[in-house]
Design a protein around this ligand. Structure first.
Ligand code: R5P
Length: 340
């Protein structure tokens, strides 16, 4: 017989609060109540930033023995906190849960920080591995994330379990309901994303093309060249990517695809960061008719106003998938059945 896990409890760091509330709503829909017969809610906690910038998290209720989940969205466009502030806030929260004697501590971080530093080329650190160590040393024994940029990161954890969820089914459902899927070709914006694009193309029964992108690593965010392998002439195109940061990759790829005869160009991503001037550049690409729509998940929470003001952007919620996975882990049920 399977042993019981502790009571399921969830708390949020400040920047994870919006997403965590959506997870809690979905948990209440799925499971109706916790095992004490009351609806789920976020455990009370406080995140304090001192005058010198240090951060402290205090958990304001008893979580001893709980199966405890801490939600943090590290890159939060609605906050002035930097990624590093939010990472530190997460680590203080995980350690507060450890000191509070939770039985199990899961960091729910849809955006794995420093995920693009998972290998080294020259004299540089493998910072994605450092993050894994920080999480484990702080007390996390499980991490749940979304479409982690590099699968090698899974192997950076010595004892914490790692669940990498995928936004593909949620995005495909949204796309199929709202846009025409005939005459569509799936395009990967770079060779690293080919596996993801191949998955989409199989699910959507379309052809596949790949853009071969070369970066100039001596300069930050500079793309050296792009060429297309495959055919997009007179086709509508969907480009799935794990993240949009500055928007450079997808805008340059879209220009190449248009040159090669593509008609409507749609973009989908799991993590719509929209850093730097991405918003302005994507608005321009939409107004010029280059990009018809960008679809992203609420794992990067932009808020109602952003959705109203940016007609080029569709948000889909990935919180139901996170809630499903959390409820299955707590009940010791299969998670892989939710990821197919
Ligand atoms: C690259 O390997 C990633 O999958 C993304 O395509 C890239 O990080 C997006 O960055 P940006 O939007 O700044 O081009």
């Amino acid at each position: 017989m399977k042993g019981e896990r502790g009571a399921l409890s969830i708390m949020a760091c400040k920047s994870g609060k919006n997403f965590a509330e959506r997870i809690v709503d979905n948990l209440n829909r799925l499971m109706h109540t916790d095992d004490k017969g009351t609806p789920f809610r976020l455990a009370q906690s406080e995140e304090i930033t001192f005058a010198n910038g240090e951060i402290k998290t205090i958990i304001k209720e008893n979580i001893r023995g709980d199966d405890h989940y801490i939600v943090q969205c590290i890159d939060d466009p609605l906050s002035d906190n930097s990624i590093n502030d939010n990472l530190m806030a997460l680590l203080t929260a995980v350690n507060a849960a450890f000191q509070s004697d939770a039985d199990s501590i899961t960091a729910v971080i849809p955006q794995y920080p420093y995920s693009r530093q998972e290998r080294k080329k020259t004299r540089e650190g493998i910072t994605a591995r450092q993050i894994a160590r920080f999480l484990e040393i702080s007390g996390a024994n499980r991490v749940i994330t979304l479409d982690v940029h590099a699968e090698a990161i899974m192997g950076f954890f010595s004892y914490a379990k790692f669940e990498d969820l995928h936004a593909s089914h949620t995005i495909i459902n949204h796309f199929s309901k709202n846009y025409k899927t005939d005459n569509l070709v799936l395009v990967s914006a770079d060779v690293g994303g080919a596996e993801k694009a191949r998955f989409y193309s199989k699910e959507m029964h379309t052809d596949l093309a790949i853009v071969d992108k070369a970066r100039d690593y001596s300069k930050v965010g500079v793309i050296e060249s792009m060429r297309l392998v495959g055919n997009v002439k007179d086709k509508n195109v969907l480009i799935p990517d794990d993240m949009i940061s500055t928007g450079g990759t997808i805008i340059i790829a879209s220009r190449l695809l248009r040159e090669k005869g593509a008609k409507k160009i749609f973009v989908a991503c799991s993590l719509p960061f929209f850093n730097g001037r991405a918003k302005e550049n994507l608005t321009k690409a939409y107004e010029e008719g280059l990009i018809s729509k960008v679809i992203g998940t609420d794992a990067v929470f932009h808020g109602e106003q952003f959705l109203k003001n940016n007609l080029w952007y569709d948000e889909v919620s990935i919180a139901p998938l996170f809630a499903g996975v959390i409820s299955h882990i707590n009940a010791k049920k299969s998670v892989s059945e939710l990821l197919r």
